[in-house]
Ligand binder design. Structure first.
Ligand code: AMP
Length: 281
């Protein structure tokens, strides 16, 4: 695997490869890699001559300074995992390389609208504009054929789809299923910050999503929601939201609607660690 820290070197390498006719599959990450990330690398490898992964802990998308500071950064371990997984190129830039002190070459030409106002958007002000900013920048640098994203960050996938449509970047998106631990906890870089006691109860998040899916034909959503919130609180979680939405528009729904595709979305805190998950119903 080749490692690039500078945009100019990466661009030079990619343009040579492009001339040979290989397509690029791109997996942007913030590192602290786990099997979920590696499943995106595998998917990209299956369809593209060249797999590029980026590791960049993007300050622009953190609305909480402690979260940014405590975000895990096991770079050597990440490099070993990517090498084993058969990734061809790792882009590992410093903050100044992504956000030059003189300002970015391109101005944001997108409007996230409703997506910025609900769920993660309302709980983490500025978060999705920060995500859009870095993804726009990375796509401009890497110019992939296909971008590989995880369904775990459901709303983020919608934000990036909107960005790509509005900027007409012509990149295809592949959304891959959420990989989970044996107890159902969605794999996440933040899981390493959980204490043993917190980790022992964390599987309850997925149990709640599964119970919403299992009971959707028997009980109204508000009743199941209340039971789940009570269970989570009893186990020591602080619930930010546990909501039902239209899977296509993310319009929030008060109750199940058999005529729509639906998704249940949850965000909780265990101590100061914020975890999110979702399930298509
Ligand atoms: P992150 O490093 O958390 O920014 O994630 C980088 C990419 O990996 C995003 O597209 C995530 O949605 C995806 N991802 C994170 N966790 C998982 C998971 N458990 N299963 C599949 N994809 C994931």
């Amino acid at each position: 695997m080749l490692l690039f820290k500078k945009i100019a070197d990466l661009s030079h390498h990619l343009s040579n490869i492009g001339q040979e006719g290989s397509t690029i599959g791109f997996v942007p990450t913030m590192g602290a890699l786990h099997q979920g990330h590696l499943s995106l690398i595998d998917a990209a490898r299956a369809h593209h001559g060249l797999v590029v992964c980026s590791i960049f802990v993007n300050p622009a998308q953190f609305n909480d300074a402690t979260d940014l500071e405590k975000y895990p950064r096991p770079v050597e371990q990440d490099i070993a995992l990517l090498t084993q997984a058969g990734c061809d190129v790792l882009f590992l830039p410093d903050v100044d390389e992504v956000y030059p002190p003189g300002g970015l070459p391109q101005a944001p030409a997108y409007e996230l609208g409703y997506l910025e106002t609900v769920l993660e958007g309302s709980s983490r002000p500025g978060h999705f504009m920060g995500v859009a900013k870095v993804v726009h920048r990375l796509l401009d640098i890497v110019r992939p054929h296909t971008l590989y994203l995880g369904q775990k960050d459901y709303q983020q996938c919608m934000v990036i789809r909107t960005l790509i449509e509005q900027t007409k970047m012509g990149v295809e998106i592949q959304v891959m299923p959420t990989l989970r631990e044996p107890d159902g906890l969605a794999m996440s870089s933040r899981n390493t910050r959980l204490t043993e006691t917190q980790r022992a109860v964390a599987g309850v998040i997925y149990q709640c999503l599964v119970s919403i899916q299992a009971k959707k034909e028997q009980q109204p959503f508000p009743i199941i929601q209340k039971e789940c919130v009570e269970l989570l609180e009893k186990k020591g979680f602080r619930v930010d939201y546990l909501l039902l939405a239209d899977a296509v528009t993310l319009e929030l729904l008060e109750d199940f609607d058999a005529a729509r595709e639906m998704v249940a979305l949850v965000a909780v805190y265990l101590g100061e660690v914020r975890l999110i998950d979702n399930l298509l119903l």
